[in-house]
Design a protein around this ligand. Structure first.
Ligand SMILES: [Zn+2]
Length: 246
């Protein structure tokens, strides 16, 4: 089920069958010269929808923006601040709860460290304030696709490379404009740099030349299966009763 496709009575009816909502979070971020700016959103939205179908949960429409740091100087990257992302996740969590939902999965297609930490921080805040809510924060790329490392030939592939180009070739071949040269950025360790593009010219991290739609299909299946597994573990989790007032 997709939240934004349901009518009011359909939502009420859905609540009798599930209390679980998946909130995908993407980004508008450069993905080399060959992939669309919404790559992270497109990937996570597809996985959220398919996992919702598989598990009977509700998939919310994706948050299309994220916190982007290392690509912010590249043309096309449009980001939001950690303050806004944190507030947005907390606001949505509170409204999910107010509408009767109890299991929330915030899954991000964008794997920026600051971005993920912000979602995690918002999740912890919701956990403190909503006593019987169960919350999972998932990085699609870092956690779910670990199993896919057998499929991927490029060792250090992370951004607009073999993995993401494969996934887009499977999900949206019409949005893939050819390919791009293999590239690995050389940011100096520990030191924060102002001119990020100087260290990451093409905006690719990995090797798009090794991508295929077949690999993309396998990786998508892995991601859907893992997300469905997280949903069922979250739904069956024992949550202690909130302490009663004396
Ligand atoms: Zn990406």
């Amino acid at each position: 089920m997709q939240l934004d496709h349901l009518t009011m009575p359909q939502f009420e009816e859905a609540l009798r069958r599930t209390r679980t909502i998946i909130q995908p979070i993407g980004a508008v971020e450069e993905h080399g010269p060959h992939l669309p700016l919404g790559t992270d959103t497109l990937q996570v939205q597809a996985v959220a929808r398919q996992a919702a179908e598989k598990s009977g949960a509700i998939a919310a429409p994706p948050i299309p923006y994220g916190v982007c740091r290392s690509t912010r100087d590249h043309p096309g990257t449009i980001g939001i601040s950690t303050t806004v992302l944190r507030a947005l996740v907390i606001d949505l969590g509170r409204d999910f709860y107010r509408q009767g939902l109890r299991n929330f999965i915030f899954i991000s297609g964008h794997a920026g460290k600051t971005h993920l930490m912000t979602i995690l921080d918002a999740g912890e805040e919701l956990l403190e304030t909503l006593p019987d809510a169960r919350i999972a924060v998932v990085s699609e790329y870092n956690e779910i696709l670990r199993e896919g490392r057998d499929i991927i030939e490029t060792e250090d592939d992370s951004h607009a490379g073999e993995v993401e180009t494969s996934r887009l070739l499977f999900l949206h071949p019409d949005l893939v404009r050819g390919t791009a040269p293999e590239e690995y950025p050389g940011f100096p360790p520990h030191i924060l740099v102002r001119d990020k593009r100087r260290y990451w010219k093409g905006g690719v991290w990995g090797n798009p030349g090794r991508a295929s739609a077949e690999k993309g299909e396998s990786l998508t299946k892995i991601a859907v299966r893992h997300l469905a597994g997280i949903i069922s573990r979250l739904e069956s989790q024992e949550v202690p009763e909130p302490p009663r007032a004396p």
